[in-house]
Design a protein around this ligand. Structure first.
Ligand code: ZN
Length: 266
């Protein structure tokens, strides 16, 4: 019973956090669903944890999704994000050192983000994933092992990579991920179709400071400062020393806010 209550609490917190978008709509995409929202019960929470929630054909895919392409810009999602919105995506975690530092930074600036999680690390650090969700951030499937050649792998392996991370995130958080990001942005029709089959929307990016390569805090800062309304920004909390990323965001987040931009989770 305690377990059920905890999951229910996580779902409630996640729903409240996602509600930052579009004037309190549950999520950017769910806002287009029929008005009658299904009631989350402890039973449905268990089912979500085991199998993911029932497929919802009401999700709007946006024009690019209909063309079987990943979403690059918030304008490609429906309904549209607030006109001044940008989305920060944080990839390759959870990481025992850098994810907590990233979470503290985002909390300090009252920013919601989307974390693209690697399945193997989700299994290793479940409490970090639960902390991400409890803080109101969105989570995204980033495959089980982060293969940069995902489109070249066989059908079975692609399904394992995408479906495996999806299920691990759902089991860990009680919430099935609604977004998928291919490692290295390596897309194919099969990758996109597999993500869609799991009820996920494929998300790419527009602003990439290549922070994973550690080009220096100044370089990361300069690239991120070019963000415009609607842009999806790519940063990392996994894959190595992320101190440059953290230091850059410490400058970039208040600067973009100063320009009237609002950070939203997907
Ligand atoms: Zn990645």
């Amino acid at each position: 019973m305690v377990e059920l209550d905890r999951r229910q609490a996580l779902i409630t917190v996640a729903a409240a956090g996602a509600g930052l978008l579009a004037g309190g709509a549950p999520t950017l995409l769910r806002a287009t669903r029929p008005r009658v929202a299904p009631k989350k019960t402890a039973k449905s929470a268990v089912r979500a944890a085991q199998h993911g929630p029932p497929r919802d054909p009401g999700y709007a895919r946006g024009p690019l999704q209909a063309l079987n392409k990943p979403v690059h810009n918030l304008r490609d999602l429906a309904p549209a994000a607030p006109p001044n919105a940008v989305a920060l995506t944080v990839d390759d975690g959870p990481h025992p050192k850098w994810t907590p530092i990233m979470l503290d930074l985002l909390a300090e600036f009252h920013v919601s983000a989307t974390f693209s999680l690697i399945g193997e690390q989700v299994a290793e650090f479940p409490k970090l994933v639960q902390r991400i969700v409890a803080a109101g951030h969105q989570v995204s499937d980033h495959t089980v092992t982060h293969p940069l050649d995902l489109p070249q792998l066989g059908t079975a392996r692609i399904r394992e990579e995408i479906g495996g991370a999806h299920d691990r995130i759902a089991q860990t958080t009680g919430v099935a991920p609604k977004f998928f990001r291919a490692p290295g942005g390596a897309w194919s029709h099969q990758v996109l179709d597999t993500a869609t089959e799991h009820g996920m929307i494929s998300i790419d990016w527009q602003v990439d400071p290549r922070d994973w390569a550690r080009p220096g805090t100044t370089r990361i800062t300069d690239v991120l400062l070019h963000a415009q309304a609607g842009d999806i920004l790519l940063c990392h909390d996994g894959g190595g020393d992320r101190s440059e990323t953290i230091n850059a965001l410490r400058t970039v987040i208040p600067a973009l806010k100063q320009r009237g931009l609002t950070f939203v989770a997907l």
